[in-house]
Design a protein around this ligand. Structure first.
Ligand code: 4AZ
Length: 251
């Protein structure tokens, strides 16, 4: 996350971190049910083998271990969207089924908790301030690839139509209806490399809903180049079909 501020995991307790064994931190993700983490398909570019990944919940820092807060999981199912298109990031969505060494899924604590999924086809109001979070790059110039600590910031949602018209119309990667954009009014806050797969959430009636998955963008925190997000509400059926879960509005 470029700009924004450090965020204790308790304020975004649905944030998951996905590690590639022997390689280190790979991507963010979001806990949508005790056994299911939603993330981006493009996180699995280098390996589609579930055995190659470890998932953590409740983690404040990517290279520190706090056993009083974090929970560690292996991946029992890795489902990349059947129609993910790597050329343009269309359908950039994937599901991980997780289990710990005792055969259990996530245990709810102050640092680990599920987010709500919004009803199908319903978007938050465009222009609304949404929160994004992740352990990704904190600047493009810094040598440091990833943030040590979880960070969060606000960005305003922009519809696919407006984003295409105003910003990405002439870009080599056209936006599809499975995407929307978000940007900060100053262009100084944004998601960046390493934040992919992580959440864009919006609060409605006192509950946090997952509307976007951090997906791509032309650079980071660059004027006239909003971040691009997977539109989660286009995938309620896909998520239900693969998880067997049908109602998520419980949190
Ligand atoms: C990335 O490389 C990436 N500014 C993620 C988000 C954005 C750019 C790049 C949006 O994973």
């Amino acid at each position: 996350i470029i700009g924004g501020y450090r965020s204790p995991i308790e304020s975004q307790p649905w944030v998951a971190s996905i590690f590639r064994k022997k390689r280190g931190f790979d991507c963010g993700g979001t806990l949508i049910a005790p056994c299911w983490v939603l993330t981006a398909a493009h996180c699995f570019l280098y390996s589609q083998r579930k055995e190659d990944y470890t998932v953590y919940l409740g983690k404040n820092a990517i290279n520190e271990t706090d056993l009083s807060k974090e929970q560690m999981f292996t991946v029992t199912k890795l489902m990349i969207h059947e129609r993910y298109e790597s050329e343009n990031y269309n359908n950039d969505i994937a599901l991980l089924q997780i289990v710990n060494s005792k055969g259990q899924c996530a245990q709810r604590t102050s640092s680990v908790r599920t987010v709500c999924l919004p009803p199908a086809k319903q978007m938050m109001p465009y222009g609304a301030a949404c929160k994004i979070s992740g352990y990704g790059r904190v600047s493009l110039s810094s040598e440091l690839k990833y943030s040590q600590y979880l960070k969060e910031t606000y960005v305003n949602a922009i519809s696919q139509i407006a984003c295409d018209r105003d910003y990405y119309g002439k870009h080599e990667i056209p936006l599809t209806d499975n995407m929307f954009c978000a940007a900060s009014p100053t262009w100084k806050e944004d998601a960046c490399q390493g934040d992919s797969g992580g959440p864009l959430v919006y609060e409605q009636n006192g509950r946090m809903f997952l509307f976007g998955i951090i997906s791509w963008g032309d650079q980071c925190a660059t004027e006239l180049k909003p971040g691009v997000y997977t539109k989660v509400t286009n995938y309620n059926k896909w998520i239900a079909k693969h998880t067997g879960l049908h109602s998520f509005t419980t949190g």
